[in-house]
Design a protein around this ligand. Structure first.
Ligand SMILES: NC(=O)c1ccc[n+]([C@@H]2O[C@H](COP(=O)([O-])OP(=O)(O)OC[C@H]3O[C@@H](n4cnc5c(N)ncnc54)[C@H](O)[C@@H]3O)[C@@H](O)[C@H]2O)c1
Length: 251
């Protein structure tokens, strides 16, 4: 039976690249994002047939439950969920210092980047407890920024990604009994709309000149790690956070 992947935040960047690679690997992909048209557009562009776009707000529990209902009714039980939805925490195009960060802005970033994954993981664990699948996978997108806070990210973002890494471990402990692995990928600077909203390509030469790779990563290079974690062969990788940062941070 074809495995079903649900990619949340799948309309753009790393999520879209992950959806693409999972489809190429033979999975049927539910592409979910805030706006249905963008998600549907990605779904129809994937290799193979049967991929579907869905609307979801990852910060909203009812929206996530409705997404799982709709995707599973149409495609069958979700084997792989990728949580790539995220926001960078910039305000009006600027990186706020911690001192400038309002509680409202802090809460919004946590709601999307940390509470969203918590809600999705909870939904997936409950569903796979009720109806187990083979090779169940939960894959989160963390960030190098929570390991090296010197990169240009707001405190709200750095803290939210720290939560993602910790949540990965907590969920891995709980998911194992239902046959699920839970892992994260921690990208460095990746050439997506999120990065380009705050870093124009003209700054690349200076920014990356002191890094090992000397360039930004591509969304495909993160998707490759996601596809590995989704594969049956990754069955003994659990609770891990895989660095994919071109050597910007070695640990
Ligand atoms: N680009 C980078 O350099 C980089 C580095 C480290 C980590 N990340 C992380 O990778 C993930 C993907 O980011 P990206 O760079 O592909 O950005 P992107 O902006 O290209 O994609 C993010 C997607 O998330 C969706 N989204 C935002 N809020 C949502 C919500 N409430 N509900 C549902 N969908 C929502 C957006 O509509 C968008 O399609 C994010 O979690 C981001 O923090 C990115």
């Amino acid at each position: 039976m074809t495995r079903v992947a649900l990619v949340i935040g799948g309309a753009s960047g790393i999520g879209a690249a992950s959806a693409r690679l999972l489809a190429t690997d033979g999975l049927t992909v539910a592409v979910a994002d805030l706006a249905l048209p963008a998600a549907a557009q990605v779904a129809t562009s994937l290799d193979g047939n049967g991929h579907v776009g869905f609307a979801v707000d990852v910060a909203n529990a009812e929206s996530i439950a409705a997404l799982f209902d709709a995707a599973e009714n149409l495609l069958g039980p979700v084997s792989v969920v990728v949580i790539s939805a995220g926001t960078n925490g910039y305000v009006d195009g600027k990186r706020p210092t911690l001192r400038q960060t309002s509680l409202e802005s802090w809460n919004r970033v946590q709601a999307i980047n940390a509470t969203g994954p918590f809600l999705v993981i909870g939904e997936m664990l409950r569903r796979r407890e009720a109806l187990p699948v083979q090779h169940g996978r939960i894959i989160l997108i963390a960030s190098m920024s929570s390991q090296n806070a010197a990169v240009n990210s707001p405190a709200s973002y750095i803290a939210s990604k720290g939560a993602v890494t910790a949540l990965t471990k907590a969920a891995a402990g709980e998911g194992a009994q239902f046959g699920l692995t839970v892992n994260a990928v921690a990208p460095g600077a990746i050439d997506t709309p999120m990065l380009r909203a705050v870093m124009p390509p003209e700054r690349d030469a200076a920014y990356f000149s002191t890094t090992v790779a000397g360039r930004a990563g591509s969304p495909h290079e993160i998707a490759a790690a996601v596809a590995f974690l989704a594969s049956p062969g990754a069955s003994y990788v659990n609770g891990a956070c895989i660095d994919v940062n071109g050597g910007m941070l070695m640990r």
